[in-house]
Design a protein around this ligand. Structure first.
Ligand SMILES: [Fe+2]
Ligand SMILES: [Fe+2]
Length: 286
């Protein structure tokens, strides 16, 4: 019988075995990270996928964005809402396509997973902004949304193994990622990273996804990774998106140093979570 790690490798090394992903979504997610991207090119690419176009238009017309008039095309969205907002809408729509799965083994339904992802994304952007950190808003937001992608893959293919992990975690003193690695040969960080590499996502995103629980090991983008690490930890401590790993998440000293985030900042971020959850509740139903 194949070792568990070999079975995970089979999934990760064959793009056809990974959850089917629209080429348009993959391309657009990369394009949107480029500050110099031409809006014309972006609109052209999006128009190749009618389902994505429909989702983008639906969100553009939602109460959340309060458009002044009905939006019927991506071009109209750009003219009415502006490039910045439409970029955010595109990122949200594409990420939802990627993440919209029940994580049975992790005991998180699709809705809870999406809320957790949204809160981590918004909080990551907030940390970057409030500490005036030199990172792209689109990148940090996207990284926050996608950080737990590996869970989607593992839960989809190996839910029965996750039930074993859950039982072990009840008595184990080891961290969640260590136990994942023991059973799968990989933790959800590595699985997410390998998936994004397979889809040719930008290096910044693969590194954040690959090290959001150990930002000190992020070699090329430690600042970006540290921001998402802090946002994720605060979200978990606040009870947003707790899964079988529970609330046992350590806040990395390295991440605090590199971002300059203080205890007082953490307290402030923590207190904004209920408000954040309220403001994004409309985004949840997209
Ligand atoms: Fe995680
Ligand atoms: Fe997370």
């Amino acid at each position: 019988m194949l070792q568990m790690k070999d079975q995970v490798d089979i999934v990760l090394n064959d793009i056809n075995k990974l959850p089917p992903m629209s080429n348009v979504v993959i391309k657009v997610m990369t394009m949107v990270q480029d500050p110099a991207v031409s809006i014309h090119d972006l609109a052209m690419e999006i128009s190749r996928d009618p389902a994505i176009t429909a989702s983008i238009l639906k969100l553009s017309n939602s109460a959340y964005y309060r458009a002044s008039k009905p939006i019927r095309t991506v071009q109209e969205a750009l003219m009415t809402l502006g490039i910045k907002v439409v970029k955010e809408i595109i990122i949200l729509t594409a990420s939802k396509v990627i993440l919209n799965k029940d994580l049975r083994g992790y005991q998180l339904d699709a809705e809870a997973m999406w809320l957790h992802s949204l809160v981590v994304a918004e909080l990551s952007a907030k940390i970057a902004h409030s500490k005036k950190l030199n990172v792209s808003k689109d990148l940090v937001f996207t990284a926050g949304l996608l950080h737990d992608l590996g869970k989607v893959i593992l839960a989809q293919f190996f839910p029965q193994v996750l039930f074993k992990i859950k039982t072990e975690l009840k008595t184990s003193k080891e961290s969640f990622t260590v136990v994942e690695k023991k059973y799968f040969g990989y933790d959800h960080q590595e699985v997410g990273m390998k998936t994004l590499k397979m889809w040719n996502f930008p290096d910044e995103l693969t590194e954040v996804v690959g090290h959001h629980h150990d930002p000190e090991n992020a070699k090329n983008f430690p600042l970006l990774t540290s921001i998402v690490h802090i946002a994720n930890t605060i979200a978990i401590i606040s009870g947003v998106g707790i899964d079988i790993g529970g609330i046992s998440h350590d806040l990395s000293e390295f991440a605090l140093n590199i971002t300059g985030v203080t205890d007082k900042d953490i307290e402030e971020y923590y207190l904004t979570i209920p408000e954040l959850e309220k403001s994004i509740s409309e985004l949840q139903s997209i």
